[in-house]
Write a protein that binds this ligand. Structure first.
Ligand SMILES: Nc1ncnc2c1ncn2[C@@H]1O[C@H](COP(=O)(O)OP(=O)(O)OP(=O)(O)O)[C@@H](O)[C@H]1O
Ligand SMILES: [Mg+2]
Length: 256
């Protein structure tokens, strides 16, 4: 099983939308895909209509059950071949436990490893905060997809994110090859075009050549989750981006 963390410390940059669109593309290509919703806000789970309150079994159990088995927490979605380990509000309480419970940072990696034959891909939708949940995802992943909006503030956020990644790489003692996806791109604005250019200059071949355009039809993530394949500028750009991500040469390690 290949594990992709979809992460950026900055909020609202399109992580959940990216997770959904890439997962749909992978399923369309015939892969068995597991989605893990690690965000206590549960946008991804909501998109699939999973009731998170009161909490059902889901991502929280990965961290609190000894020998947690993902197959027991993952549930089918309306999309054949796509399963979801839903978020629960209790995920938000884990940060406090993290400090007092050694080894909690590796819980997700262990659970994914134990389930490695059940799915071809696991996509981890991370919360927009640097904490135990994101660290778990980065420690467990073999690839990082970092969506970033093309605006100057988002570029600062990306720099912080890649610094965090370096820290995790040092502690796990193996590289985490990464790909950067420009999202919510508005090519009509100067700020959008300048930020895209800066992104390419700074990160070179790690940046996906196809930015994801602003697309009102993509805005409603709920609509993308279970509906038949969406055709719109944004959804088509995600299909192109997935083709690029599936090329093993696209993910690269930090050069500097
Ligand atoms: N290409 C796009 N065009 C238009 N709207 C988009 C696009 N991508 C995402 N959105 C919308 O932007 C908002 C933020 O997207 P999303 O929830 O995917 O970001 P996120 O990084 O997961 O946010 P959070 O940090 O809160 O988890 C959502 O309302 C989403 O529907
Ligand atoms: Mg999200």
């Amino acid at each position: 099983m290949k594990t992709w963390a979809i992460a950026n410390q900055k909020g609202g940059v399109g992580k959940t939308t990216t997770t959904l669109c890439l997962a749909r593309g992978l399923v369309d290509a015939g892969y068995r895909v597991l989605l893990v919703d690690l965000d206590p806000h549960a946008s991804l789970s909501h998109a699939f209509g999973v009731p998170v309150d009161p909490p059902s079994r889901g991502s929280y159990e990965i961290f609190v059950e000894a020998g947690a088995m993902l197959s027991r927490f993952a549930r089918p979605t309306a999309v054949e071949g796509l399963q979801l380990c839903p978020s629960q509000p209790a995920l938000a309480t884990l940060e406090r436990r993290g400090a007092s419970q050694p080894g909690l940072g590796l819980s997700l990696g262990r659970a994914l490893h134990a389930a490695r034959d059940l799915w071809d891909y696991a996509l981890l939708d991370c919360p927009p905060t640097l904490g135990l949940l994101m660290i778990n995802a980065l420690a467990a992943a073999d690839r990082l997809v970092a969506p970033t909006q093309t605006d100057p503030l988002a570029l600062h956020g990306l720099r912080d994110m890649l610094r965090t990644t370096q820290m995790v790489e040092r502690s796990r003692r193996r590289p985490l090859p990464q790909a950067i996806l420009a999202t919510l791109h508005d090519k009509r604005t100067r700020a959008g075009m300048q930020s895209l250019q800066e992104l390419r200059e700074r990160y070179g071949e790690r940046v996906c050549p196809d930015p994801i355009p602003l697309d009102t039809r993509l805005r409603d993530a709920v609509a993308i989750a279970s509906a038949p394949s969406l055709h719109s500028r944004g959804a088509d750009a995600y299909r192109e981006a997935l083709q690029w991500l599936l090329d093993p040469l696209s993910f690269q390690c930090e050069a500097a």
